[in-house]
Structures are given as structure tokens and as C-alpha cells.
Design a protein around this ligand. Sequence first.
Ligand code: MIC
Ligand code: SF4
Length: 666
Amino acid sequence: MAGMNLVQKLLARHAIEGAFFDTGKPSSALQGKELPIRIDQTLTQDTTGTMAYLQFEALGVEHIQTERSVSYVDHNTLQVGFENADDHTYLQDVAAKYGIIFSRPGNGICHQVHLERFGVPGKTLLGSDSHTPTAGALGMLAIGAGGLDVALAMAGLPFSFPYPKIVRINLKGRLGPMVSAKDIILEILRRLTVKGGVGKIFEYSGEGVKTLTIPQRATIANMGAELGATTSVFPSDEQTQCFLEAQGRGQDFVPLAADADAAYDEEIEIDLSALEPLIALPHMPDKVVPVRTVAGTPVDQCFIGSCTNASYCDLAVSAKILKGRHVAERTSLVIAPGSRQTLLMISRAGILTDLIEAGARILESACGPCIGIGQAPRTGGISLRTSNRNFEGRSGTRDAFVYLVSAETAAASAITGVITDPRDMGSIEPPCGPDPMVVDDSMIIFPKPEGRSQTIRRGPNIAPLPDFEPIPNTIQGEVLLVMSDNITTDHILPAGSKILSLRSNLPAISEYCFNALDPSFPKRARAAVGGILVAGENYGQGSSREHAALAPRFLGVRAVIAKSYARIHHQNLVNAGIVPLVFDNPRDAAKTRQGDRLTIENLFEGLRDNRIEVQNLTTGESFTTKHTLSERQIEILRAGGALNAARRALKELTGTRETTPQEDQP
Ligand code: MIC
Ligand code: SF4
């Protein structure tokens, strides 16, 4: 029998007792089945956190059941009105009451801070943000999920996901000058596309891995989310030890690696020395070409920041390129350090001065421009960003052109004002982080025993959760929207400062549902009193925002029929009580038109037999659909969503009473 790969080891260590999981079996025999695992750590961020904690409160559990849960405020820190500030207060009160660590606004982006301060090799992490896999850089099994799944994990319930294919990415050689970790993951995106990772976990190995620092590994693990992967995992080795020791956390280090004879479902090889600087063209992270092929294109804005590329090393290398030079007259350079520790380090090392002298505009350590909170480009403008997503309109400017690049490429282009291959600036040795690094937890609030009596303050924008009734056995409704492939959650429910302010107010945010595709959608959905959505491949790719399922549900959507789904959104639909069906024959998608009336009879029998017939009353035709739902997911749908199902399960388990979140309102 072959040895175990690292992913199998992590899964075996966390599989719930009694769950199917036999490492002796070929993984093809396990694929598709749902594997429940124990979650050691959770993270939330503000824009998914408010809903997650409202749901956690509704579960009626008195204290978190995880080893460590952290609540970050890093997304909407702009506070243009009372809404954000109220949300932050609510999150801080909830954290104090239930034993959650609270990372205050200004302390940095959840994924970078978690890597620096809380991630532990060998542990599981569930986060209500799709880039949670960033912590895979430390040898964690770190998975993104909807807020409700994270709330359930905090309540001590297992997290289930389809058993993945485990793919080995074998890195050979060493990166050349001015070629970066970002170029490695862009190369993988070029080869595999934005749906190439669905149902897969990528495990990195090979000699090349040893040459990559933890922040470099984090960049790669982070953008595994853009492949649609369940997560990405690196071994825990000398680089991991060195990073943890520099963070004053040497005691958290444990070595972790695959067995030498481990088997994998697929293998991919990348020769690092053969890579060159790459760039993702608008508007998808997989539209990757060499930078030199688009060199010379004028650039309006460069942004160095986000959870992908805002580490000390990213900013230090940018400063080395920028030092003694100045940004071009028609180009704006915007920099947001990924964490407050990074900001302190670049300040003490004089790097901040170099950046400011070069004309950079320094922003707070937060997500900012990555999610359309500030620094929207000009009309039709070109923006080069070190972030991970360049979906149309995400920057805040509907017709802007966003390209994804490394910090090296962004810095070089900011100086010349045109897209520039950073190798043209000469060869600059990548700087190492200071050792030890600056460690500063003064903006992190650790829970205290007396916090249990904390009163939770709720601003007027925090609306109670609506009750969702169970799904009927017959679904009837109008096709409200017919969509193409790769529809993102940004299409379904856009971000940006204004709309993000409404994340704790489902009725209000629902007014923006499908705003990017058809602003009349909410009105039409309400007039139709519910309906059905039709979509192509990889429906719901991108973020973990459960609002992209809750808002359609709130507007009466009962089913989606798509060619295929992104993993997190598929589970979010189930959690919200929307039935995700799959076209048996993808050609039927093209035959279905907006406005057609569909009927699905005997839904639950159909789900049991995995053959659900759909009648199109408008055309008189009918077609069949199937699903990839587990028994557990079908039960959730029967209950009308995961909150109803979990409340019931927890009540049976613990005998706790059901509370309403508003009970302790002052
Ligand atoms: C994103 O990058 O799209 C976000 C904003 O971080 C989302 C979470 C959200 O919508 O709040 C994500 O990636 O899950
Ligand atoms: Fe924040 Fe952007 Fe990272 Fe999402 S992708 S967590 S918005 S920095």
C-alpha cells in the first residue's frame, strides 16, 4: 500500500469518528462522498461576519466550541455612515460574549494576520472568506465557507465537504530574478483555468518548495481560490519554522510532509526557473499571458495590496524598485500594507519613506480597493493590481480594465506609466523579512471570562434574520434570469462600500441582487412571487458571501438549474434553502428562456432517485435534471435551510433552548 500524502494525513487526523475514510482505499472510491471533519480554528471578517454571528446567536450556544476563533474587521473599514461602525461594535460585543478573539479595524487583512499570529501547522481552519486557504502556506487544512457553516463549526458541529481529488504540484528549480510567487500561481491559472480546481486540493511539493518563503507560499495558496479549489496545502518545513520563530511562535511549529511513496490523483510539474513575469488580462484571473506581450500599454493606476501580495517582502521589493525614482505623471500608485505589523516594519526599516518619496499613496491595512472600497479607477481606466480577482466592475468602475500582476510588475509599471516587464528595471535581489519580525498584538482583543455578561449592541441597520419555510414538494415559478458560464458572486451580489454596508440587513441588501446583470431583478422577482434561475458552468465562482444565496432566497428563488457549480456557492444555496439542480443535457440550458414558466413536481422523490423532471409550461417541453447533493444536504433542503436544520439538531444534542438574537437588546 502506498504511503499517505499530506492532505490525507490532515484529513485522517480530523475525520469525525465513524465517518467513512479509509486511506487504504484508492481515492477514486471516495470521491464525491461527503467527508465530515472536525474544525480546530475559525475566522470571520466583518462583511460575512455579521451574518455569521447573527446565525451563531440564533443557534443558542453559550460559548464557542473551537480551539480558537478569530473575528477580523478588515473589509469595510471606510465608515462613510453609521452602518459600518455599528457593525464593528456588534462584532466586538459578540466576540467578547462568546469567547472569540477580536482583531480591530486597522490591524490588517484577516488572511495575512491569521498567517502571522494564529495559524498552526496541522490544524484545520474554516473561514467565512474564500481566501481562507491562504493559511495552507503553513501546512494547515484551511477551507473557505459561507458564514453559516462557520457559525456551525463555532458551535462544535463538523464541517462536511465532497471528498476531493488530491493533486500534486511538483515545483522544480528556483525562480529567476524579478519573477515571483504570483507568477507561479498565474501560470497554474493559465494552465488549469478558473474552474480547473473545482473538487480538488492542491498539495505542493518538490525541491522548488524549499526555496519559497511563507509569504510566497501564501500568495500561491491564496489564489488557489481562483482555481475553484477546495484548498491548497504546503508542507511544514524549515521555512515554516523560520517564519513562526520570527513571529515569536516557534512553539507552534510541527514538521509535516507527505510520505515519500505517497500517491496522488493527478500530478502537475512546474519548472520555476523557466517562468517569466505573467499578467492576467481583464476580466478573469485565468486570462494569463507573459507581461512582455502587453508591455507598453498605458496604465492609470497601480495597486499593491490585498491578501495576495501585501507582505513585508512585497512592499520591500517594491520599494527597492521605486527608490530614487518617481511614479509617472499620469499613473497613481496606491499601497495598502496587508497588516499593521507589516506597516510597522516598513516604517521602522525606512521602506515607508522610500514609498512615500516615490509618490505612493498609502492606505490603511485593509482590503480597500481590492473589493471596490475606494480608489475606483477612472472611466475606462487601466489598473494593474497585485490582488487576486479582476472580475468586471469589482473595482467600483463598471468599465475599468483590471489586470493582475506581481508587486514587482506593479512597481515597475508605476514608474514607467506603461505595463512593464520588471526585468527591464534591472535585477533586484528579493529582500528578506527582518528577523525577528515586529510582533504587535496590541490591536487584538483576547476574550476575558467576564465578557460572558457582555450586552450586545445592535445598530438600526442590523435586521433580524427572516424565517425560511421548508421547501414544498412541487416548485413552480418563472425563469427569472438565464445566465452564461462562470457567473461570479460579484455578479449575483456586488460588493463596494455602499452595498457592503448592508451585509447585516438582508431585506435592504436584496435590493442589489443581480445588480451587475439586471438591476430590475429584485422588482421582477417580487412581482413574480418567486422563481427559478438558469445558469451555465461554474455558477457562483469567487467569494464565499452567503448573501449571494440568501438574497435570491429572500426574493423568492426556490431553485437554480445550472451546468455546474462552484463548491462554496453550491453549499450556500443549500444552506439558504435553494435547490441546486444540474442539467442532464447541457443543451437544455439554451432552450430555456427568461420568463418561461417551469414546474418541478415530486421534488423529493426526484432528489432521492437523482432524476428530477422539469416541465416547461411555456414551451410545452420537458427536460431532466440531476444533482450532486448528499443525504445531509437533502435533509437541510427539506428543513428550509441549514439554520432550521442546525437549530433542530443542536436542540436534540444539547437540550438548549432556542433564542432569538434580539433577546438581549438593551
Ligand atoms: C472577496 O474577495 O470577494 C471577499 C469580499 O473577500 C469575499 C467575502 C465577502 O464577500 O465578504 C470572499 O472572498 O469570500
Ligand atoms: Fe479582502 Fe480582497 Fe482578500 Fe477578499 S480578496 S479578503 S476583499 S483583500
